[in-house]
Design a binder for this molecule. Structure first.
Ligand code: NAD
Ligand code: AKB
Length: 312
Protein backbone atom coordinates (compact mmCIF):
# COMPACT_ATOMS: atom_id res chain seq x y z
CA UNK A 1 0.00 0.00 0.00
CA UNK A 2 1.35 3.41 -0.99
CA UNK A 3 2.01 6.06 1.64
CA UNK A 4 0.96 9.43 0.27
CA UNK A 5 1.88 12.98 1.33
CA UNK A 6 -0.17 15.99 0.16
CA UNK A 7 1.89 19.18 0.63
CA UNK A 8 -0.27 22.31 0.66
CA UNK A 9 -3.22 20.19 1.73
CA UNK A 10 -5.44 22.83 3.34
CA UNK A 11 -6.15 24.87 0.21
CA UNK A 12 -8.87 24.72 -2.42
CA UNK A 13 -7.60 21.58 -4.18
CA UNK A 14 -5.80 19.94 -1.26
CA UNK A 15 -8.88 19.75 0.94
CA UNK A 16 -10.84 17.78 -1.64
CA UNK A 17 -7.86 15.77 -2.89
CA UNK A 18 -6.98 14.55 0.61
CA UNK A 19 -10.59 13.47 1.20
CA UNK A 20 -10.71 11.63 -2.15
CA UNK A 21 -7.33 9.93 -1.64
CA UNK A 22 -8.25 8.86 1.90
CA UNK A 23 -11.52 7.43 0.62
CA UNK A 24 -9.54 5.38 -1.90
CA UNK A 25 -6.43 4.35 0.06
CA UNK A 26 -7.57 4.56 3.69
CA UNK A 27 -7.31 7.51 6.06
CA UNK A 28 -4.01 6.51 7.65
CA UNK A 29 -2.22 6.16 4.29
CA UNK A 30 -2.70 9.80 3.30
CA UNK A 31 -0.81 12.46 5.27
CA UNK A 32 -1.96 16.06 4.96
CA UNK A 33 0.78 18.69 5.32
CA UNK A 34 0.49 22.48 5.30
CA UNK A 35 1.58 25.64 7.05
CA UNK A 36 -2.06 26.13 8.02
CA UNK A 37 -4.00 24.00 10.46
CA UNK A 38 -7.46 25.48 9.93
CA UNK A 39 -9.02 22.77 7.80
CA UNK A 40 -10.87 20.52 10.27
CA UNK A 41 -12.36 18.44 7.42
CA UNK A 42 -8.96 16.86 6.76
CA UNK A 43 -7.12 17.41 10.03
CA UNK A 44 -9.71 15.52 12.06
CA UNK A 45 -10.02 12.43 9.89
CA UNK A 46 -6.43 11.40 9.28
CA UNK A 47 -2.76 12.23 9.83
CA UNK A 48 -1.71 15.88 9.58
CA UNK A 49 1.72 17.47 9.93
CA UNK A 50 2.72 21.11 9.92
CA UNK A 51 5.42 21.44 7.22
CA UNK A 52 6.88 24.39 5.35
CA UNK A 53 7.88 23.35 1.81
CA UNK A 54 10.58 26.01 1.88
CA UNK A 55 12.36 24.18 4.72
CA UNK A 56 14.18 21.78 2.42
CA UNK A 57 16.00 19.76 5.11
CA UNK A 58 12.87 19.38 7.25
CA UNK A 59 10.86 18.18 4.26
CA UNK A 60 13.61 15.75 3.24
CA UNK A 61 13.92 14.33 6.76
CA UNK A 62 10.16 13.90 7.06
CA UNK A 63 9.69 12.22 3.66
CA UNK A 64 12.65 9.87 4.07
CA UNK A 65 11.77 9.08 7.70
CA UNK A 66 8.11 8.35 6.95
CA UNK A 67 8.97 6.30 3.84
CA UNK A 68 6.59 8.31 1.66
CA UNK A 69 5.89 6.73 -1.76
CA UNK A 70 3.89 9.47 -3.50
CA UNK A 71 3.88 13.26 -3.10
CA UNK A 72 1.25 15.69 -4.36
CA UNK A 73 2.93 19.11 -4.17
CA UNK A 74 0.23 21.79 -4.10
CA UNK A 75 1.80 24.64 -2.11
CA UNK A 76 2.11 27.74 -4.32
CA UNK A 77 1.09 31.36 -4.73
CA UNK A 78 -1.66 31.72 -7.35
CA UNK A 79 -1.82 34.28 -10.15
CA UNK A 80 -3.30 37.36 -8.44
CA UNK A 81 -1.35 36.99 -5.18
CA UNK A 82 1.84 36.23 -7.10
CA UNK A 83 1.64 39.50 -9.06
CA UNK A 84 1.69 41.36 -5.72
CA UNK A 85 4.78 39.53 -4.49
CA UNK A 86 6.73 38.27 -7.51
CA UNK A 87 10.02 37.47 -5.74
CA UNK A 88 8.37 35.34 -3.10
CA UNK A 89 6.05 33.70 -5.67
CA UNK A 90 9.04 32.59 -7.72
CA UNK A 91 10.79 31.28 -4.59
CA UNK A 92 7.78 29.37 -3.25
CA UNK A 93 6.64 28.00 -6.60
CA UNK A 94 10.10 26.74 -7.61
CA UNK A 95 12.03 25.73 -4.46
CA UNK A 96 9.49 23.22 -3.19
CA UNK A 97 9.42 21.58 -6.61
CA UNK A 98 13.20 21.07 -6.65
CA UNK A 99 13.12 19.58 -3.15
CA UNK A 100 10.56 17.00 -4.22
CA UNK A 101 12.06 16.27 -7.66
CA UNK A 102 15.49 15.73 -6.03
CA UNK A 103 14.01 13.29 -3.50
CA UNK A 104 12.41 11.39 -6.38
CA UNK A 105 15.67 11.45 -8.36
CA UNK A 106 17.47 9.93 -5.33
CA UNK A 107 14.86 7.15 -5.19
CA UNK A 108 13.12 8.25 -1.98
CA UNK A 109 9.77 8.93 -3.73
CA UNK A 110 8.23 6.71 -6.42
CA UNK A 111 5.71 9.14 -7.94
CA UNK A 112 5.15 12.91 -7.91
CA UNK A 113 2.13 15.01 -8.83
CA UNK A 114 2.77 18.71 -9.37
CA UNK A 115 0.03 20.95 -10.78
CA UNK A 116 0.56 23.34 -13.64
CA UNK A 117 -2.01 25.82 -14.95
CA UNK A 118 -3.52 27.40 -18.05
CA UNK A 119 -1.34 30.34 -16.91
CA UNK A 120 1.56 28.77 -18.83
CA UNK A 121 -0.06 30.27 -21.94
CA UNK A 122 0.26 33.93 -22.82
CA UNK A 123 -1.02 36.67 -25.10
CA UNK A 124 0.67 35.17 -28.20
CA UNK A 125 -0.90 31.72 -27.68
CA UNK A 126 -3.89 30.82 -29.91
CA UNK A 127 -6.75 31.58 -27.52
CA UNK A 128 -9.46 29.22 -28.75
CA UNK A 129 -9.10 25.45 -28.28
CA UNK A 130 -5.50 26.07 -27.22
CA UNK A 131 -3.52 22.99 -28.31
CA UNK A 132 -1.24 20.88 -26.09
CA UNK A 133 1.85 22.04 -27.99
CA UNK A 134 1.80 25.70 -28.98
CA UNK A 135 3.39 29.10 -28.38
CA UNK A 136 3.93 29.62 -24.64
CA UNK A 137 5.03 33.12 -23.65
CA UNK A 138 3.37 33.69 -20.25
CA UNK A 139 3.27 37.30 -19.08
CA UNK A 140 2.62 36.74 -15.35
CA UNK A 141 5.11 35.67 -12.66
CA UNK A 142 2.76 32.79 -11.83
CA UNK A 143 2.68 31.62 -15.47
CA UNK A 144 6.45 31.93 -15.78
CA UNK A 145 6.92 29.80 -12.64
CA UNK A 146 4.49 27.16 -13.95
CA UNK A 147 6.15 27.05 -17.35
CA UNK A 148 9.60 26.71 -15.76
CA UNK A 149 8.20 24.01 -13.46
CA UNK A 150 6.88 22.08 -16.45
CA UNK A 151 10.27 22.22 -18.15
CA UNK A 152 11.98 20.94 -14.98
CA UNK A 153 9.46 18.11 -14.55
CA UNK A 154 10.08 16.94 -18.10
CA UNK A 155 13.84 17.28 -17.63
CA UNK A 156 13.86 15.21 -14.42
CA UNK A 157 11.77 12.55 -16.15
CA UNK A 158 13.96 12.29 -19.25
CA UNK A 159 17.30 12.69 -17.50
CA UNK A 160 16.75 10.82 -14.22
CA UNK A 161 13.64 8.68 -14.85
CA UNK A 162 11.53 10.55 -12.27
CA UNK A 163 7.85 9.52 -12.52
CA UNK A 164 6.34 13.00 -12.33
CA UNK A 165 2.89 13.78 -13.72
CA UNK A 166 1.09 17.06 -14.17
CA UNK A 167 -2.07 18.79 -15.35
CA UNK A 168 -2.59 22.34 -16.58
CA UNK A 169 -5.66 22.95 -14.45
CA UNK A 170 -8.16 25.55 -15.66
CA UNK A 171 -9.95 27.73 -13.06
CA UNK A 172 -11.42 25.34 -10.50
CA UNK A 173 -14.94 25.76 -9.13
CA UNK A 174 -15.73 24.22 -5.73
CA UNK A 175 -17.90 24.60 -2.66
CA UNK A 176 -16.05 22.54 -0.01
CA UNK A 177 -13.12 24.98 0.26
CA UNK A 178 -12.49 28.52 -0.91
CA UNK A 179 -10.05 29.52 -3.66
CA UNK A 180 -6.71 31.00 -2.65
CA UNK A 181 -5.90 34.15 -4.68
CA UNK A 182 -6.38 33.39 -8.37
CA UNK A 183 -7.83 35.27 -11.33
CA UNK A 184 -10.60 32.70 -11.79
CA UNK A 185 -11.79 33.09 -8.15
CA UNK A 186 -14.70 35.30 -9.26
CA UNK A 187 -16.39 32.18 -10.62
CA UNK A 188 -16.61 30.75 -7.08
CA UNK A 189 -17.38 33.97 -5.21
CA UNK A 190 -20.29 34.73 -7.56
CA UNK A 191 -22.28 31.77 -6.18
CA UNK A 192 -21.91 32.88 -2.54
CA UNK A 193 -22.95 36.44 -3.42
CA UNK A 194 -25.83 35.28 -5.63
CA UNK A 195 -27.26 33.30 -2.72
CA UNK A 196 -26.52 35.73 0.11
CA UNK A 197 -27.07 39.13 -1.58
CA UNK A 198 -28.60 38.44 -5.00
CA UNK A 199 -25.92 40.59 -6.62
CA UNK A 200 -22.25 40.43 -7.53
CA UNK A 201 -19.58 42.89 -8.60
CA UNK A 202 -17.19 41.13 -11.00
CA UNK A 203 -13.49 42.07 -11.29
CA UNK A 204 -13.43 40.90 -14.93
CA UNK A 205 -15.38 42.34 -17.88
CA UNK A 206 -18.55 40.62 -19.02
CA UNK A 207 -17.02 39.03 -22.16
CA UNK A 208 -13.85 37.58 -20.64
CA UNK A 209 -14.01 33.89 -21.53
CA UNK A 210 -11.81 31.53 -19.48
CA UNK A 211 -11.39 27.76 -19.24
CA UNK A 212 -12.98 26.41 -16.04
CA UNK A 213 -13.66 23.04 -14.39
CA UNK A 214 -15.77 21.70 -11.55
CA UNK A 215 -13.60 20.36 -8.71
CA UNK A 216 -15.02 16.81 -8.88
CA UNK A 217 -13.72 16.53 -12.44
CA UNK A 218 -10.33 17.95 -11.44
CA UNK A 219 -9.91 15.50 -8.54
CA UNK A 220 -11.03 12.53 -10.64
CA UNK A 221 -8.69 13.59 -13.47
CA UNK A 222 -5.77 13.93 -11.06
CA UNK A 223 -6.29 10.48 -9.59
CA UNK A 224 -6.85 8.91 -13.02
CA UNK A 225 -3.62 10.45 -14.29
CA UNK A 226 -1.69 9.21 -11.24
CA UNK A 227 -3.12 5.69 -11.64
CA UNK A 228 -2.53 5.41 -15.40
CA UNK A 229 0.23 2.99 -16.48
CA UNK A 230 3.53 4.90 -16.81
CA UNK A 231 3.91 3.90 -20.47
CA UNK A 232 0.64 5.71 -21.32
CA UNK A 233 1.92 9.03 -19.98
CA UNK A 234 3.48 10.55 -23.07
CA UNK A 235 3.51 14.13 -21.74
CA UNK A 236 5.90 14.72 -18.83
CA UNK A 237 5.56 18.50 -18.80
CA UNK A 238 1.80 18.85 -18.12
CA UNK A 239 -1.44 17.80 -19.82
CA UNK A 240 -4.02 20.25 -21.13
CA UNK A 241 -7.37 19.45 -19.48
CA UNK A 242 -10.68 21.02 -20.45
CA UNK A 243 -13.88 21.19 -18.44
CA UNK A 244 -16.06 23.99 -19.71
CA UNK A 245 -15.55 27.60 -20.74
CA UNK A 246 -17.66 30.68 -20.00
CA UNK A 247 -17.65 34.46 -19.64
CA UNK A 248 -18.94 36.24 -16.50
CA UNK A 249 -22.04 37.26 -18.48
CA UNK A 250 -22.74 33.67 -19.54
CA UNK A 251 -22.25 32.44 -15.97
CA UNK A 252 -24.56 35.15 -14.64
CA UNK A 253 -27.24 34.15 -17.20
CA UNK A 254 -27.10 30.54 -15.97
CA UNK A 255 -27.34 31.67 -12.33
CA UNK A 256 -30.35 33.86 -13.19
CA UNK A 257 -32.26 30.71 -14.20
CA UNK A 258 -32.18 29.77 -10.48
CA UNK A 259 -31.97 33.26 -8.91
CA UNK A 260 -34.20 35.36 -11.25
CA UNK A 261 -33.44 38.72 -9.58
CA UNK A 262 -29.68 38.18 -9.61
CA UNK A 263 -27.78 41.30 -10.71
CA UNK A 264 -24.16 41.52 -11.86
CA UNK A 265 -22.02 44.56 -12.54
CA UNK A 266 -18.46 44.78 -13.83
CA UNK A 267 -15.54 46.61 -12.22
CA UNK A 268 -12.39 45.23 -13.83
CA UNK A 269 -9.15 45.54 -11.85
CA UNK A 270 -5.53 44.37 -12.34
CA UNK A 271 -6.75 40.78 -12.78
CA UNK A 272 -8.30 41.73 -16.15
CA UNK A 273 -4.84 41.90 -17.76
CA UNK A 274 -4.01 38.44 -16.39
CA UNK A 275 -7.28 36.98 -17.71
CA UNK A 276 -6.76 38.66 -21.10
CA UNK A 277 -3.43 36.87 -21.46
CA UNK A 278 -4.97 33.39 -20.91
CA UNK A 279 -6.83 31.12 -23.35
CA UNK A 280 -10.61 31.16 -23.81
CA UNK A 281 -10.84 27.40 -24.15
CA UNK A 282 -8.57 24.35 -24.16
CA UNK A 283 -8.02 21.37 -26.47
CA UNK A 284 -7.43 18.30 -24.28
CA UNK A 285 -7.39 15.62 -26.99
CA UNK A 286 -3.94 14.39 -25.92
CA UNK A 287 -5.16 13.59 -22.38
CA UNK A 288 -8.22 11.88 -23.88
CA UNK A 289 -6.02 9.73 -26.10
CA UNK A 290 -3.26 8.89 -23.58
CA UNK A 291 -5.23 8.09 -20.42
CA UNK A 292 -8.91 8.31 -21.30
CA UNK A 293 -9.73 11.72 -19.78
CA UNK A 294 -13.29 13.02 -20.17
CA UNK A 295 -14.94 15.87 -18.26
CA UNK A 296 -18.37 15.21 -16.79
CA UNK A 297 -19.54 18.68 -15.69
CA UNK A 298 -20.57 21.33 -18.21
CA UNK A 299 -21.45 24.90 -17.17
CA UNK A 300 -25.12 24.08 -16.51
CA UNK A 301 -24.27 21.10 -14.32
CA UNK A 302 -21.71 22.98 -12.23
CA UNK A 303 -24.04 25.95 -11.72
CA UNK A 304 -26.75 23.66 -10.40
CA UNK A 305 -24.41 21.82 -8.00
CA UNK A 306 -22.81 25.05 -6.77
CA UNK A 307 -26.14 26.72 -6.04
CA UNK A 308 -27.38 23.61 -4.26
CA UNK A 309 -24.33 23.46 -2.02
CA UNK A 310 -22.88 26.89 -1.22
CA UNK A 311 -24.03 28.36 2.07
CA UNK A 312 -25.94 31.60 1.77
P1 NAD B 1 -4.52 27.36 -2.38
O1 NAD B 1 -3.88 28.69 -2.29
O2 NAD B 1 -5.97 27.25 -2.12
O3 NAD B 1 -3.77 26.32 -1.43
C1 NAD B 1 -2.37 26.29 -1.32
C2 NAD B 1 -2.04 25.72 0.03
O4 NAD B 1 -0.62 25.71 0.15
C3 NAD B 1 -2.58 26.58 1.19
O5 NAD B 1 -3.30 25.78 2.10
C4 NAD B 1 -1.33 27.16 1.83
O6 NAD B 1 -1.42 27.32 3.24
C5 NAD B 1 -0.29 26.10 1.46
N1 NAD B 1 1.07 26.66 1.52
C6 NAD B 1 1.48 27.86 1.09
N2 NAD B 1 2.79 28.01 1.34
C7 NAD B 1 3.20 26.88 1.94
C8 NAD B 1 4.43 26.44 2.44
N3 NAD B 1 5.54 27.21 2.40
N4 NAD B 1 4.51 25.22 3.00
C9 NAD B 1 3.40 24.43 3.08
N5 NAD B 1 2.20 24.80 2.63
C10 NAD B 1 2.11 26.01 2.06
O7 NAD B 1 -4.17 26.79 -3.84
P2 NAD B 1 -4.98 25.68 -4.67
O8 NAD B 1 -6.02 26.38 -5.46
O9 NAD B 1 -5.34 24.55 -3.81
O10 NAD B 1 -3.84 25.26 -5.71
C11 NAD B 1 -2.99 24.19 -5.47
C12 NAD B 1 -2.05 24.07 -6.65
O11 NAD B 1 -2.81 23.91 -7.85
C13 NAD B 1 -1.15 25.30 -6.89
O12 NAD B 1 0.09 24.88 -7.37
C14 NAD B 1 -1.88 26.05 -7.98
O13 NAD B 1 -1.00 26.83 -8.74
C15 NAD B 1 -2.45 24.91 -8.80
N6 NAD B 1 -3.62 25.34 -9.58
C16 NAD B 1 -4.79 25.70 -8.97
C17 NAD B 1 -5.87 26.11 -9.74
C18 NAD B 1 -7.18 26.51 -9.10
O14 NAD B 1 -8.07 27.00 -9.82
N7 NAD B 1 -7.36 26.31 -7.80
C19 NAD B 1 -5.76 26.17 -11.14
C20 NAD B 1 -4.53 25.85 -11.72
C21 NAD B 1 -3.47 25.40 -10.94
C1 AKB C 1 -5.60 31.29 -10.94
O1 AKB C 1 -6.57 31.96 -11.34
O2 AKB C 1 -4.50 31.76 -10.61
C2 AKB C 1 -5.74 29.79 -10.92
C3 AKB C 1 -5.21 29.18 -12.16
C4 AKB C 1 -6.06 29.09 -13.37
O3 AKB C 1 -4.08 28.77 -12.19
N1 AKB C 1 -7.12 29.47 -10.70
Amino acid sequence: MSKILVLGSCGQIGTELVLALRHKHGNQQVIAADLRDDSPQIINNGPYVKLDVLQREEVRTYIIGQKIDEVYLLAALLSATAEKNPDFAWKLNMEGLFTILDLAKEGHIKKVFWPSSIAVFGPTTPANSTPQHTIMEPSTVYGISKQAGERWCEYYHHKFGVDVRSIRYPGLISYKSLPGGGTTDYAVDIFYKAKSEGKFSCFLTENTALPMMFMDDAIRGTIELMEAPAENIKIRSAYNLAGCSFTPAELAAEIKLFVPNFHIDYQPDFRQAIADSWPNSIDDSQAQKDWGWKAQFDTKALVRVMLENVNS
